[in-house]
Design a protein around this ligand. Structure first.
Ligand code: NAP
Length: 247
């Protein structure tokens, strides 16, 4: 489905991003991923080997998407090494959960800087390339951006912001053959959700009609649909992958 395409997946070394990197590589895409933590550097090297073994080109770069110059140099590195960019998945994201009364200003700022400004930084840099060739941008929102969640006002604001951003940019670029869509995952089993207590997990489970957590692969399959020509008439859309949680 993506043979010969080049895809950049931010935060593509762990969790949902890793599943997307693997899924896109199996579909024939060459993959570039970025990460920030030292912990991910070793994982990144192993994943590059795993992806290369699938017969595609792969590269991992250390870059912080919240910094505009690092996002620009990430896109520049993609072009200098691969010559094109067909798919951008703005997946990188963080949480710093706290009730509003106790939330520190820096906890709000950091989450907005990575989750929302990071999407702006990478989309802006990528659009300069995609305007010439067309492409697909996929932004990772959340059901929390649709419905809100106590203790996550910073995260919810960033994920709701991504939906407004997605629809606006989709309108700007529709005539230029760049499609821009968002995915709103529900409760997916990753490091991000592993840190939650069993009590919180049990409470969340009660809100999921399908009565189970989602897998990273189930999110990756929807990203593959949005990246490929199977979704050639889909733009400005938000697809929930949540077992019915936010319906
Ligand atoms: P995760 O396992 O915690 O992975 C997050 C990824 O983002 C890591 O690869 C991390 O890389 C990267 N990242 C963090 N800060 C970054 C920065 N400043 N610049 C570049 N990369 C950065 O999270 P996940 O659960 O896979 O979540 C992936 C996306 O899905 C996020 O946007 C998240 O909000 C969204 N989502 C997740 C769920 C869920 O249930 N898991 C639900 C809804 C939405 P390093 O560690 O190397 O920095």
């Amino acid at each position: 489905m993506l043979k010969g395409k080049v895809a950049l997946i931010t935060g593509g070394v762990r969790g949902i991003g890793k599943a997307i990197s693997l899924c896109f590589a199996r579909a024939g895409a060459n993959i570039i991923m970025n990460y920030t933590s030292d912990r991910s550097a070793e994982d990144a090297n192993k994943l590059v080997e795993e992806l290369t073994a699938l017969g595609v080109k792969a590269m991992a770069i250390k870059a912080d998407v919240s910094k505009s110059e690092e996002a620009q140099s990430l896109i520049d590195t993609v072009i200098s090494n691969f010559g094109q960019l067909d798919v951008l998945v703005n997946n990188a994201g963080i949480t710093k959960d706290m009730l509003l009364l106790r939330m520190k200003e820096e906890e709000f700022d950091q989450v907005l800087a990575v989750n929302l400004k990071g999407v702006f930084n990478c989309s802006k840099a990528a659009s300069k390339v995609m305007l010439k060739t067309g492409g697909s941008m996929i932004n990772m929102s959340s059901v929390v951006g649709l419905n809100g969640n106590a203790g996550q006002s910073n995260y919810a604001a960033s994920k709701a912001g991504i939906i407004g951003f997605t629809k606006s940019v989709a309108k700007e670029f529709a005539s230029r053959n760049i499609r821009v869509n968002a995915i709103a995952p529900g409760f997916i089993q990753t490091d991000m959700t592993d840190v939650l207590s069993n009590k919180v997990k049990e409470e969340v489970m009660k809100q999921i009609p399908m009565k189970r957590l989602g897998s990273t692969e189930e999110v990756a399959q929807v990203a593959l649909f949005l990246a490929s020509d199977c979704s050639s008439y889909v733009t400005g859309e938000v697809i929930r992958v949540d077992g019915g949680m936010a319906m």
